[in-house]
Design a protein. Structure first.
Length: 109
């Protein structure tokens, strides 16, 4: 990734009225979202989309990381039906423990 490919200054916010996490630029422009359905036990990610002008700049990864970190803070689990979210978790194993039904880690230091 070159300096011109780095993601813009975006923040990830939960928009519960729209049932999605949003990647927003400083002016509030939504440049990506991760759609979800929430239950008492989990957050089911169903679809992720990034504005074409932001593709390849890391916005999708930033969005999913922010969403997963927020879910972790809530104590809920994740069911990644969205292929992008599922692939992200596959590449970032530190989030596997969030997956609903995943066995507890047996790794020790």
């Amino acid at each position: 990734m070159t300096a011109s490919d780095t993601p813009p200054a975006v923040r990830v916010v939960d928009n519960p009225d729209q049932h999605r996490y949003e990647a927003r630029e400083a002016d509030g422009t939504v440049v990506g979202f991760a759609q979800y359905q929430k239950t008492d036990e989990m957050v089911v990610f169903t679809h992720t989309e990034v504005d074409r002008s932001q593709e390849g700049k890391g916005v999708g990864s930033l969005l999913v990381r922010g969403a997963l970190d927020d879910v972790r803070g809530s104590g809920l689990k994740v069911l990644p039906l969205c292929p992008f979210v599922k692939a992200y978790i596959g590449r970032h194993r530190e989030y596997v423990d969030l997956v609903y039904g995943a066995p507890a880690s047996r790794v020790t230091d």
